[in-house]
Unconditional design. Structure first.
Length: 267
DNA sequence: TCTTTATGGTGAG
DNA sequence: TCACCCTAAAGAT
């Protein structure tokens, strides 16, 4: 979503919208109100996308598992069977959201009334979220006695971390998912905060490849399939750990799949 | 042509 | 924790 926000900003940000179209009837009145206005700034808050207009109103979208943004020159549409849900266009370019169902428009100043926004915790990709800030956040009283495996999926804890990053962060910091912030020593806490920060930003750069760059290059050259080398442990159950050669395990935590190396991430 | 799964999220109990 | 919502693609039959 962070990459998408950058793309929307560079394609149509700061420009007058000549087209603002919503697939949902309840939002139809906003079509007229926003057409002709300038799309001033595109932000993310965790996985949410916020399209801010010059009058202070804001389109909120969340892709959930389904949404997909596509970009085309003005007047063109991508070749897809997906359902168009939101279209934004300037004189020159269009940004098109397909399949997503979580779309709302918020009036100026009403941002915090949106339940997802109101609940969102520290946004790992925000400028304030450096390693020190993340480390301090993790040991906050509200979180210090909850298991890391559950915390990492909670958007009220850290906004933006999702299911594949959960497994990857725990692997890189060498921690078992059942540990709690209160259990960690200074070095482990620091390592965890560094892993959160590093892997989120690495994912932005690499389009979601969390494995070490050198290893990715090497395995790609060796003819490995992308799905088998892009992560340390995620989606690799049955295969061996890159660090210790022992098989990766899969468990269910918070109702989602979590992958771990039993040797590199002891209890 | 089914059933299942998914890098997500809510609300009830 | 579970049932449920949402949509599309992958997997099974």
């Amino acid at each position: 979503m962070y990459r998408v926000a950058c793309r929307i900003q560079s394609d149509i940000g700061g420009q007058v919208m000549s087209e603002v179209w919503f697939a949902f009837d309840r939002l139809e009145p906003w079509s007229k109100r926003l057409t002709g206005r300038v799309l001033e700034r595109v932000d993310t808050l965790g996985k949410a996308l916020l399209l801010n207009f010059e009058d202070g109103s804001c389109i909120y979208t969340h892709n959930q598992l389904y949404g997909r943004w596509m970009f085309k020159p003005a007047g063109q549409r991508p070749d897809t069977n997906r359902q168009l849900r939101l279209a934004l266009g300037s004189e020159s370019r269009s940004a098109l959201l397909y399949s997503a169902s979580e779309i709302d428009v918020l009036e100026a100043g009403q941002l915090e009334t949106h339940p997802f926004i109101a609940r969102a915790g520290l946004d790992v990709l925000s400028s304030e979220a450096d390693v020190d800030r993340i480390a301090a956040h993790v040991v906050d009283e509200a979180y210090r006695r909850r298991q890391l495996g559950h915390l990492l999926l909670d958007q009220g804890f850290l906004a933006g971390v999702g299911n594949y990053l959960r497994s990857e962060i725990l692997f890189l910091s060498g921690l078992h998912w059942q540990l709690r912030p209160a259990d960690l020593d200074e070095g482990q806490l620091r390592g965890f905060a560094e892993a959160v920060h590093a892997l989120m930003w690495r994912s932005v750069r690499t389009e979601g490849i969390t494995n070490d760059r050198a290893r990715v290059v090497e395995l790609e050259r060796a003819g490995w399939k992308r799905r088998d080398y892009r992560h340390y442990v995620f989606n690799r159950d049955g295969q061996v750990c890159f660090e210790c050669d022992r098989p990766i395990e899969r468990v269910t935590v918070s109702g989602r799949r979590l992958y771990r190396c039993p040797v590199c991430q002891p209890g």
